[in-house]
Design a protein around this ligand. Structure first.
Ligand code: AMP
Length: 106
């Protein structure tokens, strides 16, 4: 989607430095971190939110969680939170599915 900031980041148009990239997702540091470590894992497919998942998307979402786990391990985090904000009322600001990896124990 041409007007989606995360689609632009995923495509490389924004020159964002990725901590991780594979077939299904990318990961990069949040621009406005809410913890010492705040990484966003963003799927390449434009799924607006968890509420818009269709059959088959669970493979992508499961993969994103696995990536978050691997990034946390690489960073040596002792503990962390994984968070999906869903819908405006759930605190979601960007309607392109992403997983927050948050930790103050790095
Ligand atoms: P959410 O509220 O779940 O939609 O989270 C969106 C997150 O994206 C927020 O934590 C923002 O700080 C972050 N964000 C917005 N624009 C950028 C950007 N260009 N690069 C990195 N993170 C961003």
């Amino acid at each position: 989607m041409s007007d989606c900031i995360f689609c632009k980041i995923v495509s490389g148009d924004m020159g964002t430095s990725f901590l991780h990239e594979d077939e299904f997702c990318v990961a990069f540091d949040d621009i406005n971190p809410k913890a010492d470590t705040h990484v966003l894992i963003v799927c390449k497919k434009h799924i607006p939110s968890i509420a818009d998942m269709v059959e088959g998307d669970e493979k992508i979402v499961g993969h994103m969680i696995n990536c978050a786990k691997d990034i946390a391990a690489k960073k040596g985090l002792a503990g962390y939170k994984l968070q999906f904000n869903v819908g405006e009322a759930g605190g979601q600001e960007i309607f392109h599915l992403h997983l927050h990896l948050l930790s103050n124990s790095g």
